[in-house]
Ligand binder design. Structure first.
Ligand SMILES: [Zn+2]
Length: 356
């Protein structure tokens, strides 16, 4: 609590222009930040193996490699990644959904709780989660409300982010005047992406940024393999631009761990459009990108990378995010970082408005 008070006081004095601090050399560590991105319903099959030959033939699409579907994730992120978990197709260890339902809302709930969020067992869940989430615990212990933001294309993610806090930035579901999509209760991923980019460029740096993209899952449910593949490539491009935008800002650059995953797998073969009790839905994947994250304690880093490689699940991912961010930042580090943030607003670095 004392740390939090110090930080609030510091923010006040910084904004009022009373505090003057020297900028640290570039290589010094800053505050650790975590960006967690979920691509709803992206199967291990396509993520690790590219197009399914039978589905490609049946739906009249050209076969594509994983590098062609996800050029940023496979050509830029994966080669430098610390962990790439869940490739059951290469007989590697599986990464698992943490609930029996193997559908979206329970899985998002487990991910953001760090364990089974027991009262969320359906996509129709509304109301309050039973147990505090990692966002609740981080806001109690180490983070300030303006350091946390949640963006989700699918509206109902709003119900599982927190038990008791409503003062962090939470933006989910349809956007008034936004692009139309052939499904309900969601914003087009492209609109969500633009919202995120605009937010991070105009707000002080976040410690925890959660982004949930939705289009691929919806096209899959509509049995549109062609659009499922396109949506995944668009999501890959959104991630690229988000990472480049953040890494162009000194507060994020070299201080940010990226965790990319999915909420559930899907059925196999002709059952590919379904999730839930269809075999295959329990398998997910996770990519942890932290090679340049100098602000990450080496022992903590080694522990969690090993855990993600050997015991990968939504619950474990949530625990990792909490563990990485639970320590209150040392006051001196926060002062330095605060000074740096004041000197360098998040505008225009590496940002491009050109979209495919
Ligand atoms: Zn889903």
């Amino acid at each position: 609590m004392f740390q939090k008070i110090l930080r609030v006081l510091f923010l006040y004095f910084s904004v009022s222009g009373l505090a003057v601090f020297a900028l640290p050399p570039q290589e010094e560590p800053g505050l650790l930040r975590v960006v967690l991105i979920v691509l709803d319903g992206v199967r291990t099959e396509e993520f690790f193996g590219g197009t399914d030959p039978d589905l490609a033939r049946e739906h009249g699409v050209l076969p594509r490699t994983r590098e062609s579907i996800f050029p940023f994730l496979w050509q830029e992120m994966a080669p430098r990644s610390s962990v790439l978990s869940g490739n059951i197709h290469a007989r590697e260890r599986a990464c698992y959904v943490s609930n029996k339902q193997r559908i979206s809302l329970p899985s998002y709930a487990d991910l953001l709780a760090g364990f089974r969020q027991s009262n969320v067992v359906s996509n129709r869940f509304r109301g309050k989660v039973k147990n505090a989430t990692i966002i609740d615990r981080l806001l109690e212990e180490s983070l300030l409300p303006h350091e946390v933001a949640v963006f989700a294309s699918w509206k109902h993610i709003e119900h599982i982010t927190s038990k008791s806090h409503n003062n962090f930035h939470l933006e989910t579901g349809p956007l008034a005047g936004g692009s139309s999509v052939p499904w309900a209760n969601a914003r087009a991923d492209r609109d969500l992406f633009l919202t995120v980019i605009n937010y991070v460029r105009t707000h002080s740096p976040l410690r925890f940024l959660f982004i949930a993209l939705n289009d691929a899952d919806e096209w899959a449910h509509l049995n549109r393999y062609d659009r499922y593949l396109e949506a995944m490539s668009e999501q890959d491009e959104y991630i690229r631009q988000i990472v480049y935008t953040l890494e162009g800002h000194p507060a994020y650059q070299g201080n940010t761990l990226y965790l990319i995953t999915t909420d559930h797998g899907r059925g196999r073969g002709k059952a590919w459009m379904h999730h839930g009790q269809y075999e295959g839905s329990q398998y997910i994947w996770a990519l942890v990108d932290a090679p340049l994250t100098r602000s990450l304690d080496p022992a903590l880093r080694a522990y969690w990378l090993e855990e993600m490689a050997s015991h990968c699940s939504h619950a474990r991912m949530g625990q990792m995010v909490y563990s990485l961010l639970e320590q209150p930042a040392p006051a001196a580090l926060w002062r330095r970082e605060g000074a740096r943030v004041m000197r360098q607003p998040a505008h225009d670095l590496f940002f491009t408005d050109a979209m495919p």
